[in-house]
Design a protein around this ligand. Sequence first.
Ligand code: ADP
Ligand code: MG
Length: 634
Amino acid sequence: MSTETIEFQAEARQLLRLMIHSIYSNKDVFLRELISNASDALDKVRLAAYQDKELGAETDDPHVELVPDAEARTLTVRDNGIGMTRDEVVELIGTIAKSGTAELLAKLQEAGDGDQARELIGQFGIGFYSSFMVADRVELTTRKAGTDGGVRWESDGEGSYTIADVADAPQGTAVTLHLKASDAEDQMHDYADRSVVRRIVKTYSDFITWPIRMTPEAPAEEAEDGENATPEPETLNSMQALWARSQKDVSDAEYAEFYRHVSHDWQEPLETIRLAAEGTFEYQALLFLPQVAPMDLYMRDARRGVQLYVRRVFIMDDCEALVPEYLRFVKGVVDAADLSLNVSREILQQDRQISAIRRRLVKKVLSTIGTLRDEQPEKYATFWEQFGRALKEGLLSDQDNQETILGVCSFASTHATDAPTTLAAYKERMKEGQEAVYYMTGDSRTAIESSPHMEAFRDKGYEVLLLTDPVDEVWVDAVEGFDGTPFRSIAKGQVDLETEADKEKAEEQKAEFAGLCEWMAGVLSDDVKEVRVSSRLTTSPACLVGDELDMTPTLEKMYRAMGQEPPKVQRILELNPSHPLVTGLRDTQAEGASDTLAESAELLHGMALLAEGGELTDPSRFVGLLSARLQNSL
Ligand code: ADP
Ligand code: MG
């Protein structure tokens, strides 16, 4: 195929523009990104060659080579790794496939180029494009391991790139940056300068487990006797895996760089977690909690972030056997000593050692979150805001750790206005005689707080958790309680806030309203299964409540949003015995029912539905009835 000129995908073009106009203040990191890609490519070719002996990949001396050329003002980063096919170059380099990219770019545009933009851009794995921060032209030549022809890609990062086949490319990828003239003056950032390159590699890429070599300067001229052979290339990195080094010898900055390498994030980690086991089954783990959730955290194909190594050899990315889905935001590395290099994902799922590691990782991550909660409330708050929703999924999927997860969760509550409350703190505030942790689920804090179900609880000063995440609708039914105290929805079942005296009165009221309740249940039989006197209302005339196991209105809406029709739930209509509308209905009904009275019952039911944010089945009928009443009152 001849040379083709191809436009960058719109998102890619936008991102490139941001890169070129240097949204990121520290340009040096472009080299870290290119080395990181080269290192991944070396990991991949080793694995590919191991899995397919017929592949014909070259794996003799895997390394990264840096070639600064002061005269030509170029820097080349070359690897003899896996390489890319022509299609892969177009797909991987010419487009950004990540879901949510368009939304994020829109936010970025809004944010301008301040700190906020820098923070947002951290959510991309923009890696390769950072070359354009320092180069006004980039060439990439690559040949996929096990194939014959190579590919040359070239771009100035503006709107398009060219791509052409080449005959004689070595295996792997070489990226040549034609450095911007503007950086040449700046001694610290002249990337054709060997000492600058040396410093950057030491700072950002020392832990890379493959040798990063710098090609020496060509000797000025060949000596007469030919003794002056080309000097040896210099290896710039120590190649020591961070997780294998003693904890006290690794600086926070080194951890941060390693985190960036494994996570493709640009920021520092929120927290670093190390653990190790020795003896018959040896492993080391170096894990991180990020500061910001990736864009796709809540999308269906979100990947898990822990890599598996076996004795320093990279085995796989996104190792789902090592972390449960609800901890998919945890990044890092597990290096296990006694696994076969040839393990597959399927085998790992059933491996007893891997399950043991996984159990321990989960416990350690949860206890770390607990420590943050107790000792670093600000970090904990960041964590919770970014990852709380994911963590709560564990209440459903990880029965064994349910209580621990609950303990590190926090929730919005009527009594905690600045920050969400933990359950332990809720329990401390419980009133004398209070037997349950009260909660209500709904669309928003305001919707819940103004729902009629809250009235008696507010009146009596009981604290209610306000649960507004979709996942809250589900876990509340799966969790028995916390630390011996059951959870109870204030919108379900009977409430029991009464004193003995109240109870007697309630019995009397029940008798007083029995006739009305029975008649209304008949009139509204399509919509409700029972009508009864309420003890949870102070100002509203009526509200709807579910039975313990009934689906909530929010859950019904969620089903509809997913395109499923939920089974029809008939709820219970509760009446406020001290509301004039209700006593009025009772008195009129006692004298004899009529069509008008039946319409009043219908209106009352519709009002209760609206008050909790529900949806009327026949809004136009409701409006018709209401406007007729209003006309009569004029
Ligand atoms: P990321 O590394 O976060 O995926 P990059 O922009 O750095 O994003 O790279 C995009 C993709 O291009 C990589 O995932 C990889 O598949 C491919 N790639 C980049 N550099 C190389 C390389 N040196 N060798 C092989 N593939 C590469
Ligand atoms: Mg990368």
